[in-house]
Design a protein around this ligand. Structure first.
Ligand code: PRP
Length: 178
């Protein structure tokens, strides 16, 4: 349980998110035109809502897989150790792969995951993040598609949690301590 009381101020509505996903899905469909079956990889847990909405808008055959990573901050070195808790079920060698993130913050998670998957020799490896906080970046990574660029705010909802709460909000909200 968070030890401080907070309220959630709406930031990006469910309708705005849906419209953006529709547009992104069209771009993804065009980029992967001709791909027999796209492997869409969701990074657990935060991406579970985004990937569910995204794949239902992508008008081509997809295979859905999941990977769970966790990272340990190291303030002294400004670096993070990323560990894989759950690996993919399927093989991606020679396949076209789209990695789906809810949010890119420092970028350590996405950078590590893309490095790991690239080593498995996919045909193409692309990434999409619903939210991007460029001001927090500690790596040289950027997703190929980004839903919304946001300032350094504490956000929740649409899969994103605060101490394992608020993932089920249908919109993105900003945490405000009261
Ligand atoms: C969050 C988020 C991203 C990562 C982004 O995951 O879902 O995966 O952090 O941070 P980074 O760019 O600084 O690496 P978290 O570890 O909170 O796990 P969760 O997805 O299970 O909530």
């Amino acid at each position: 349980m968070p030890d401080r009381e907070y309220v959630i101020d709406p930031m990006i509505s469910a309708k705005t998110i849906a419209a953006r996903i529709e547009a992104l899905s069209r771009e993804i469909g065009a980029a992967f035109a001709g791909t027999e079956k796209l492997v869409v990889v969701g990074l657990l847990r935060g991406s579970f809502v985004f990937i569910a909405d995204l794949v239902r808008e992508i008008d081509m055959p997809v295979e859905v897989d999941f990977l769970e990573a966790t990272s340990y901050g190291n303030a002294m070195e400004s670096s993070r150790e990323v560990r894989i808790l759950k690996d993919l079920r399927g093989k991606i060698e020679g396949r076209d792969v789209l990695v789906v993130e809810d949010i890119v913050d420092t970028g350590h998670t996405l950078k590590h995951v893309l490095g790991l998957l690239a080593a498995r020799n996919p045909a193409r490896l692309k990434s999409i993040a619903l939210l991007d906080k460029p001001s927090r970046r500690e790596t040289d990574i950027r997703a190929d598609w980004i839903g919304f660029e946001i300032p350094d705010e504490f956000v929740v909802g649409y899969g994103i949690d605060f101490a394992q709460r608020n993932r089920n909000l249908p919109y993105i909200g900003k945490v405000r301590f009261v």
